[in-house]
Design a protein around this ligand. Structure first.
Ligand SMILES: NC(=O)c1ccc[n+]([C@@H]2O[C@H](COP(=O)([O-])OP(=O)(O)OC[C@H]3O[C@@H](n4cnc5c(N)ncnc54)[C@H](OP(=O)(O)O)[C@@H]3O)[C@@H](O)[C@H]2O)c1
Length: 273
């Protein structure tokens, strides 16, 4: 049995579907109950990684764990997971843990705790998710407008479905112990180019308005803590060569290229219509 934390999130939801479709027994974990019915073979249990005391019983029967970066004491989460019978962990970390470890201290701390534990482990370090552009949905739906900063800075955003597929491989196949995978999409696109992709999929032009970094910062502060906002803006505005590079890891793990932004947009077009 495989346990999936963050099971109601962008990555976890896809992973639960993938594992269940492959015939695995899945325990889907989150603090709140899932909004939609889970696929056959999956059961939901409540778990709060900030309070891992109940984690061992929630994990009952599972040997492998897909772990998100949550919970203020990573060592306590891992200890509780091992007490629950877990022997293999695939951690969903972040590209920033490699490129900006000071700003991504939380993810770095989870990675460090995992590397010094005695479970079998793999680390996934994805760059920014295509699902972050759900933030544009209301502007596109109501005004056919996208407002975003750093209009012409390209980054290779990744489709969470590809992260889930990579996680499924690391969870269900051997040969991934001790490996850290940098995961990106197949191409670097700018925000202006992404808005154009959405417009092409809708068959209508989208107006792009470039926000100042200050305007974007003030919007983002409604959604994330200040240090995360500043680290995210630094990547969006002044990415390092490593943050702009397309990684071969998704293709290496899945035997196919990662999904393009156009592919992701087609699958979520109803949100922008
Ligand atoms: N978005 C990006 O660009 C990006 C880039 C790199 C890495 N990441 C990492 O990827 C992770 C997953 O992203 P996502 O888009 O799938 O997230 P998401 O859609 O926001 O979902 C987060 C999931 O985690 C659960 N959760 C949150 N805090 C929890 C806690 N303390 N204990 C147990 N469950 C908890 C949530 O459910 P409940 O609220 O019901 O518990 C939900 O299922 C993020 O947390 C981030 O660290 C994101």
């Amino acid at each position: 049995m495989i346990a999936v934390t963050g099971a109601t999130g962008n990555v976890g939801r896809e992973l639960v579907e993938l594992l269940a479709a492959a015939g695995e027994q899945v325990t889907a974990l989150s603090r709140r109950a899932p909004g939609a019915t889970l696929p056959g073979g999956a059961v939901h249990r409540v778990a709060d990684l900030d309070d891992p005391v109940a984690l061992p019983s929630a994990l009952d029967g599972a040997r492998s764990l897909f772990l998100i970066v949550a919970g203020s004491v990573p060592e306590a989460v891992l200890k509780a997971a091992q007490a629950g019978g877990i022997t293999k962990v695939v951690l969903l970390s972040s590209q920033g843990a490699g490129t900006r470890p000071d700003a991504y201290r939380h993810a770095s701390a989870h990675e460090a705790a995992l590397r010094t534990s005695d479970v079998e482990w793999s680390v996934l370090r994805p760059c920014g998710f295509t699902t972050n552009t759900f933030q544009w949905a209301e502007g596109v739906r109501t005004r056919r407008t996208v407002s975003a900063p750093f209009a012409d800075t390209a980054l290779p955003m990744i489709d969470p479905a590809d992260i889930a597929a990579a996680a499924a491989v690391a969870l269900t196949e051997g040969g991934h112990h001790g490996r850290t995978y940098e995961l990106t999409g197949p191409e670097s696109l700018t925000p202006r180019q992404r808005a154009q992709v959405i417009g092409e999929a809708l068959g209508e032009p989208i107006t792009f308005t470039e926000q100042t970094p200050e305007e974007a910062r003030s919007d983002m502060l409604h959604m994330m803590p200040e240090p995360v906002v500043d680290a995210t803006l630094a990547i969006l505005g002044t990415p390092s060569p490593a943050e702009q590079a397309v990684s071969p890891a998704v293709e290496h793990l899945l035997g196919r290229a990662p999904h393009s932004y156009a592919h992701w947009t087609e699958r979520h077009l109803s949100v922008f219509r």
